[in-house]
Ligand binder design. Sequence first.
Ligand SMILES: Nc1ncnc2c1ncn2[C@@H]1O[C@H](COP(=O)(O)OP(=O)(O)OP(=O)(O)O)[C@@H](O)[C@H]1O
Length: 756
Amino acid sequence: MASGQVAQALLEEQSYVSMLYDRLDTVRGRAEVALTTVLARGGGGTRQARIEREVSADEHSRRLAQLSGVERGLCFGRIDDSGGETYYIGRIGLRDDEHDSVLIDWRAPAARPFYVASPSDPGALVRRRHIHTRGRTVTGLDDEVFDLDRMDDHDRRNLVGEAALMAALRRGRTGRMGDVVATIQTEQDRVIRSGLGGALVVQGGPGTGKTVAALHRAAYLLYAHRATLERRGVLVVGPNAMFSRYISQVLPSLGETEVVLSSVGELHHGVHATVDDAPAVAEVKGDLRMAEVIEAAVRDRQRVPEGDLEVLIDVRTSIRGGVEVVVERMALRLDHDACVRARDRARALGRPHNMARRTFVNKVLMGLAVDEARQLDRPYDEEDLRYAREALWGQASVRAALEELWPYLTPERLVGELLSDPDRLRAATAGVLRDEERDALLRPAGSPWTIGDVPLLDEAAELLGEDDAEAKARERAAAEERDDEEAYARGVLEIADLTELMDATALAARHHDGGPAVTTAQRALADRSWAYGHVIVDEAQELSAMAWRAVMRRIPARSLTVVGDIAQTGSAAGARSWAEMLDPYVAGRWREERLLVNYRTPVEIMDVAADVLKAVAPDQEPPVSVRDGEARPRAVPYEGTDLRALVEEELEAIGDGRLAVLAPDARHSEIAALFPQEGDDPLEAPVAVLTVNRCKGLEFDAAVVVRPAEILAQSPKGGQDLYVAITRATRRLTVLYDGDLPSMLAQLARDDRRTD
Ligand SMILES: Nc1ncnc2c1ncn2[C@@H]1O[C@H](COP(=O)(O)OP(=O)(O)OP(=O)(O)O)[C@@H](O)[C@H]1O
C-alpha cells in the first residue's frame, strides 16, 4: 500500500477513534458529575432514600473505575462484513446519544468474529483490521483480508499487512503483564469463551498464553454471567504473591475490578506464607495422607486421663487483710470409664472439635458436680447440678484439667504444636507416614509458616471449627437483620427498576456494614467458608494434593478453570498428571483444551528448551514458537566471567527492557547481593535476581541462567526447573555454566568470553 494510502487510512481511523475518546470523556464526565451530586446529598434522609443513594453511588463509582481503566487502547479493532457493515471493537462498549452502538465490548457476541475468523473459515468477514494507538493517536493499522472480491475499491486500496501479533510480541517487558485483548488468537478465544459450568483444564507449554487466556476468561465470564458471578465472586489462585502482583493490572485494564487474586500461601485468612519447604518436606506436606495426619492430630487432642480424673477444687475461701485465701480444698473424682464415655459421646456428634468440646466439657463437669454433691452429702436435682457445674467452670484447676483433655484449638495452634513436638507428631503420624517422612516434618517451635503449611491450616480449620455458640447467636441476630435489610433492598431496587444493576444481597451487606467498603471480593477474602462462583487456578501443576483440597473447598459448584503445564512441574508435591489431581473431585467431568503456540520464546531458545524437555519429560510436546530471536542463545563459562559486567552488556542490548538472573536456590542471596535494588519488589527493578521457583509464570526480555548443573541437581524436579528457567526470555538467553555444560544444553552457542 502506497504511503499516501496509509496516511489516508490512518486519518480516517483517527477521526473515528477521536470521536470514541470524546465519547469516553463525555460518559466519564457524566459519571463524575452524577457521583458528586449523589455524594453531596449527604447521609441523612429516610431509609429508602439512603438505600437509593447507595445504589446510585455504587453504580457511578463502579462505572468510573471501569471507564478509568480503559483509556489505553480503548479501540483496537474493526471488522467489516459482507453485508457492508463495519463494527469497531474495544475494551468496553459505548453508545452515542441516539443510543446506537459506536464501540462493541470485546466480550460481546458481536465481537466474536474479530477473534475467530481465519483465512480458511472467515465466516461473514471480509476484513479484520487491528488499530494501533499510542495515547489517543492512531499509530498504525494492520489488515487481514479474507475476501478481496467482496471489498470495495476504496478498502482494497487501503490494505495493511498482517503484523498485529508480531507488533504486540515485540513490545518490551514492563515488569507487569499486559493484556492481549487486541490480538487474542483463535485457540485462546476458545478457552476464553468456554462455558461457565464444570472444570476446564488448559494445558500448554511455556509462553502459550495460558495466563493471559485465563485472565481474559475471568473478564469474559464476569461479563457474560454477571448475575451469577458478581454475587459469589471469581477467585484467581496463582503460585505466589509476586505472580499475583505481576498479573494484577490485567483485569482492571479489561474493565474488571472485582476479582480476588490470591496465592496458595494466602488461602488461610491471616497467614501470608511466602517461604517454600525443602523438596522432601514439601512432598510429605502435600500428600493426601496429611489429611489423615491432621485428623489424627485433632483426635490426639481429645484425651482421657490414664486412670480416673482427679481435680482439687477450692471449697471455701475467706478474705484476710484484703487478700482472698483458700481455707479448704477438696478432691473431686470422675472415673476413667465416665471420662471415656464423655469423650466418645462428644466425638459421636460428628461435629468439629471446638463445637464438640462443649459436650465433653458439660459431661465432665456434670460428673464432677455429682461427685461433689455426693461427697458433701447434698441431695441434688437438675437445677442444683446446673449451678454446681457453673461454679466448677469458674475454678481455675477444673478449667486447666479440661484444657488438658480437650483444649480449644485454633488451626495455628494445632498445626504449630504438631510440627514442633516429636511426641505429638509421632502419635498423629503412626501408621500413616514412614519414620523418615515424619522426621522430615519436625521443626523448631515458632518457625515461620511455609506455603506447604497453609493447606494443613485449612484442613485443621475445617476439622476444628470455631466455638461459635456466642458468635452464632450474634450471627443469627445479624442474619435476621440482614434478611430484613435484603428484602427491603430488593423492594427498593425493584421499585427503582435497578435490579439489573445491583444485587440486593450486596447492597444490603454494604448498607448493613455501614459503608461502601464491602465489595464481594472483600467479603469473600475474609470468609473461610465463602463459596466462589468460579475459581481459576494458574500454574496449577504446582499445587499439591492437599492444596487442591483447600481450593476445592472454596468451589462447591466445581466451576473452575485449571491452567498449567505438566512439563513445568517444579514442586516435589506438584502434579504428574491432571487426572491424578482432579479425578478425586470431578472424575470424568473435566474437559481439556491445549494451547500449542508459544508467543514468548523465540525459535532459537525453544530449540534448546525442546532438548531439555526431551531429556526430562519425553512424553511432552514442546510448543511451536512464532517469533525469531535476535541473538543465538549462548553458554558462557562461569569461571573468569564477571557476572555484573555480563549483565550490563545484556541490559545494553535490550535497551528499555528487563532482565532476570535466574539462580539455583543455594546461590540466590550471594548473587542478589551483587545487584542491590531500591525497594524489595524484584518486579520493579531492571535486574531481577530470582530462584527458578519465583520466576514461574514471569517473563523478561533477557534471562541469564546461572549454574544449570546445580539447578538440575537441586531437586528431583531439577530438569523441569531448568526448562522453566530457559523459557523465560522473550529475546536473549545466556547460560553461565560451571564445569561441563549439561549435555541437554549442547545446542547453545559456546562463548568463551574470558575477561581475565
Ligand atoms: N494472543 C496474544 N497476543 C499477544 N501476545 C500474546 C498472546 N498470547 C500470549 N501472548 C504473550 O505471550 C507471553 C506469554 O503468555 P503467558 O505468560 O500467558 O504464557 P503462559 O502459557 O502462561 O506461560 P508459562 O507457562 O511460561 O507461565 C506474554 O507476554 C503474553 O502477553
